[in-house]
Design a protein around this ligand. Sequence first.
Ligand code: F6R
Length: 621
Amino acid sequence: MCGIVGYVGPQKPSTKPLDVVLEGLGRLEYRGYDSAGVALAAPELDSIAQAKKSGKLVNLKEELAARPLAQATAAIGHTRWATHGGPSDVNAHPHLALDGKLAVIHNGIIENFFHIRRELEEQGVTFTSETDTEAAAHLLGIEYQKSGDLTEAMRNVARQLHGTFTLLAVHADHPDTVVGARHDSPLVVGIGDGENFLGSDVAAFIAHTREALELGQDEIVTITPDAVHVINFDGETVEPKHYTVDWDAAAAEKGGYWSFMAKEIDDQPQAVADTLLGRTNEKGDLVLDDLRIDESVLRTIDKIIVIACGTAAYAGHVAKYAIEHWCRIPVEVELAHEFRYRDPIVTPRTLVVAISQSGETMDTLMAVRHAQEQGAKVISIVNTHGSTIPRESDAVLYTHAGPEVAVASTKAFVSQIAAAYLLGLYFAQLRGNKFRDEIQAILAELRDMPAKITETLNRSGRVKEIARWMADTSSVLFLGRHVGYPIALEGALKLKELAYIHAEGFAAGELKHGPIALIEPGQPVFVIVPSPRGRDSLHSKVISNIQEIRARGARTLAIAEDGDTQVEAFADEVFWVPQCPTLMSPLLTIIPLQIFAAELAHAKGLDVDQPRNLAKSVTVE
Ligand code: F6R
């Protein structure tokens, strides 16, 4: 939520500060696109040069074309997802203080801003926006006047703020410096040669460097062209952790596709394959990426609680079926924001599994901390290296989906399922629920899935056609059973967020307990049909559900596996997927639903990469 970029460096044609920041904002726009702005400092400027505009980044670029800014040596930029104050020019960041000598940008929510604002107004400070950020900007201005030291001023401000924040500041009198602070909100450092970068995530500077520093909680960072200095809120010097990003700028580009969403849907075979790669040690046993818990503790676990939000929670829901089946440990799946406030029963023998693409979702992070406070161990399944959730977890299993830029999640979802399955098999190995050859056989089934996903993608012509025909549909229902149930929920979520169509997913068995009342002539219903080769009666039960809704006029669109000879007679349309074991089927059945949602949204002329009101990384509660 909100993208932040900071840059200090030489004014080379390749790295003009304004261009670096605008390019970074382009890559971070998925974090929020209600407004965008930049602030620049240069030795020849007495005050900050700034531009800001409501709406997408393109509006800011038009403004800059019409009213160019002077070149600079330090620059900060912001793309906003509005919280306090609507998406207007005046509420866009940066916010200025000290008569335009100081500029601040912010991600997060300052909970005590009202109190600070009232105190500052009593001291005669005039506010021009409705944002919480402006309070931080004026406070920083006052602190700076006390010491003339921007880093020290930032530290003093950070200690006075409550809530969550990443703040970046530039001051006209220090045109070679950007200072940042982070508390429960992301900020990473990019290391260059005679130039340095700050970003909400590495996408901000990936075109320039893959060398990065991970900042901890409650730290202040000061970058100049030749140095990075980090202190904590107590003023002590901190040595940040260095890492090299394992993807490059090309991975975060559309590569000829009409949208990031279309590319990321097609990336899914690779995302799953990469997630499965290199997971065993020399003995052939499964290993986690970063294990900071004693294995003996994991052997005593008597309950797993999966916490996540949105699509990641549906991946957890799928994994519940597999982990319970393989390991005979009860698995609960809970939305992170509900878990935290429900007084859940958590003991030292509870293992919490946090799933998150971004590794920064505030609801999930807070739930991780809540679980740890109660003595639970936390293993996270995360896609983004250098993010907060893996750093705070007791162990990590990274998904290797590569950068996911489209706001709605696709390739992260399938790789989360693959990683959660690896975790389930790791437990089965550790606890001796399965013999090594049984685990190897399931791993082999998993490794077959990328090719089957490719095959499913190759068959997408018909679903695209149907999606285009259905562009004016106002409601679509999704039914599934067993692992097909979370897929129905995810299919409905994709359609809601991409095409703004009313969509609901149901457990097929629940139909007769209420939702069947929604069926009226012509109502489109997707049905995820379990394999006829799988658990005995499930298939026939779902075939009966299809008949029940069809009898009431529904238009049935089935997703079924090759060789299902019964389904065709009852469905209006069948989208076929290759045969695979039941527990593997979610990796295939979700594909036509993702494509349906993306194509239908595209046919309606909507922006599938940046749907309205959403942001990719939800770093506020
Ligand atoms: C939906 C979607 C969201 C995210 C959710 C959690 O397409 O992308 O529902 O899955 O906001 O985000 P992460 O996985 O980053 O914690």
